[in-house]
Design a protein around this ligand. Structure first.
Ligand SMILES: Cc1cc2nc3c(=O)[nH]c(=O)nc-3n(C[C@H](O)[C@H](O)[C@H](O)COP(=O)(O)OP(=O)(O)OC[C@H]3O[C@@H](n4cnc5c(N)ncnc54)[C@H](O)[C@@H]3O)c2cc1C
Length: 380
C-alpha cells in the first residue's frame, strides 16, 4: 500500500501552503473579530486555481479528484481555518452538481465558481430539520413553467453572499417513503422572494458567512430542478460522502495548526527552571496529538482515494469524519491548555483554533450521527 503523494499532488500542497501563509495570517484576527471577510483573497485563490479543483476541465476546473480538494483544504486550514473555509466553501454544492446536474446546468454554473465570478452554498437544514433531514418542510410546488418555493432554511453557509443556492425542498409530501419526498433546486439569490438574514455571534469560523434563508413564493423555472425529482435524499447522502471528506481534511489541517502552536509555545516557555517541552506530561500531550493527526489523515486519505475511484465506503467516510473532527477538537483543547492563561486571550491564535474546531463535530453530520452510521455499517 502506497500512501505517498504524486509529484503533482506535492506541488499542489506546496503551492496551497505558500498561498495561505502569504495571504491569511495578517488578516485572520480582523476577520474573526469583525465577522467579515475580504473577497479579494477568494478571487486571488480562484486566479491561482485553488478553488473547485474537482470540477471537470470542460467546466473550467482542474479535473482533479476530491482528494486534491482535500489536500488544499488541509493546507488552508493548517494556516487559518476561518479563511480557508470562507474561500473553499464558495463551491459548497458543486460536488452535488458535478454528480447530478444536467449538462446545461453544469455549463451555466460551474465555470463561474472556478473563475471567481460566483459563490454558491447548499441549504438543507431547517428549524425543525437538522440531523433528520427528511423533516425538511420547505416546499417546491409546480405552477405552469415554474416551481414555487416557500419555507425557511437555517445556518446556510454563504446564504447572504452567494449568487445562487442549492436548496433541498419537499416535492412529494405524500410519498409513503420519507426518503422519496425531496428534490434539489438551483435558486438564484436575486430572485424575488429570496431573503437572507445573516447570523451573528458564531463561536468560530467567523470569516465565513452563515444565514437564515426565507423563501416567499419564490419562482424558479422548471429546469432548475437538479437530478431526479424525489431522489433528493439519496443525492444528499452521496453528496455528503464526498463533502465529509473535505471536513476531515479541514480537521487535520486545524489539528496540525494546533500542534504547531503548542510546540512553538512549549519550547519557549520556561517554568520550574526548564522549558515546558522538557516535562514528560507535556511530551505525552504532543505524542498523542501527533499520533491522532497521523491516524486521522490516514483514514481520510483512504476514504478519499476510494471515493475518487467511485468506490465510496460509507462507514469509512463516517469513521474518518468522526475521528478527525474529534482529533481537531482534542488537539485544539490540549494546545490551549499548554498555553495556560495566554491561550485564553484572543491575541493568541490558539484561542481561535479552539473556537474554530468545534464546528467540525457539528456540521455535515454531528459526531453522534457519524457514530450511528459507523455502528450501522458494522452491525448490518
Ligand atoms: C456554522 C454553521 C454552518 C452550517 N452550514 C450549513 C450549510 O451550509 N447548509 C446546511 O444545510 N446546514 C448547515 N449547518 C447546519 C448543520 O449541518 C446542523 O446544525 C447539523 O446538521 C445539526 O443539526 P441541528 O443543529 O438541527 O441539531 P439537531 O439535529 O437538533 O441535534 C442536536 C443534538 O442531538 C443529537 N442527535 C440528533 N439526532 C440524534 C440521534 N438520532 N441519536 C443521537 N443523537 C442525536 C445531535 O448529534 C446533536 O448533538 C451549519 C451549521 C453551522 C453552525
Amino acid at each position: 500500500m502506497d500512501f505517498s503523494l504524486t509529484r503533482e499532488q506535492k506541488d499542489i500542497v506546496k503551492a496551497a501552503r505558500k498561498f495561505a501563509r502569504g495571504e491569511f495570517p495578517d488578516r485572520a484576527q480582523e476577520f474573526d473579530r469583525e465577522e467579515t471577510f475580504d473577497l479579494s483573497i477568494w478571487r486571488k485563490a480562484c486566479e491561482l486555481g485553488f478553488v473547485g479543483v474537482f470540477i471537470e476541465e470542460k467546466y473550467g476546473g482542474a479535473g482533479y479528484g476530491f482528494f486534491e480538494h482535500c489536500l488544499i483544504n488541509e493546507e488552508f486550514w493548517a494556516v487559518e481555518p476561518g479563511i480557508g473555509f470562507a474561500i473553499l466553501a464558495t463551491t459548497f454544492g458543486a460536488e452535488l452538481l458535478s454528480l447530478y446536474a444536467s449538462e446545461a446546468q453544469k455549463e451555466q454554473v460551474l465555470p463561474r465558481l472556478v473563475e471567481g465570478e460566483a459563490i454558491m452554498g447548499t441549504a438543507i437544514t431547517e428549524p425543525n430539520a437538522g440531523s433528520d433531514v427528511t423533516m425538511a418542510e420547505t416546499t417546491a410546488v409546480r405552477d405552469g413553467d415554474h416551481w414555487v418555493l416557500n419555507g425557511t432554511k437555517m445556518f446556510a453557509t454563504n446564504g447572504s453572499i452567494a449568487h445562487f443556492m442549492l436548496v433541498f425542498c419537499k416535492t412529494d409530501p405524500e410519498h409513503p417513503s420519507r426518503h422519496k419526498r425531496h428534490s434539489f433546486f438551483i435558486v438564484p439569490t436575486d430572485a424575488p422572494g429570496y431573503k437572507a438574514n445573516k447570523l451573528h455571534g458564531k463561536m468560530g469560523i467567523r470569516a465565513s458567512d452563515t444565514a437564515e434563508l426565507v423563501f416567499s413564493d419564490l419562482r424558479i423555472p422548471l429546469e432548475n430542478l437538479v437530478g431526479t425529482e424525489g431522489d433528493g435524499f439519496a443525492e444528499l447522502m452521496a453528496f455528503f460522502n464526498h463533502t465529509r471528506l473535505h471536513i476531515c481534511a479541514q480537521a487535520v489541517g486545524l489539528a496540525r495548526a494546533a500542534l504547531e502552536e503548542a510546540v512553538r509555545h512549549i519550547k519557549g516557555r520556561v517554568q520550574f527552571g526548564k522549558p515546558l517541552a522538557d516535562f514528560q506530561a507535556t511530551q505525552f500531550k504532543i505524542a498523542e496529538m501527533a499520533t491522532r493527526i497521523r491516524a486521522s489523515r490516514n483514514l481520510y486519505y483512504e476514504a478519499a482515494w476510494l471515493a475518487d475511484q467511485g468506490r465510496i465506503d460509507h462507514g469509512l467516510v463516517a469513521m474518518a469524519k468522526w475521528y478527525s473532527a474529534q482529533t481537531a477538537v482534542t488537539c485544539a483543547d490540549e494546545a490551549l491548555q499548554m498555553h495556560g492563561g495566554y491561550g485564553y486571550i484572543d491575541e493568541y491564535k490558539v484561542q481561535r483554533l479552539y473556537r474554530d474546531a468545534k464546528i467540525l463535530e457539528i456540521y455535515e453530520g454531528t459526531k453522534e450521527i457519524e457514530k450511528t452510521i459507523i455502528a450501522r455499517s458494522v452491525l448490518k
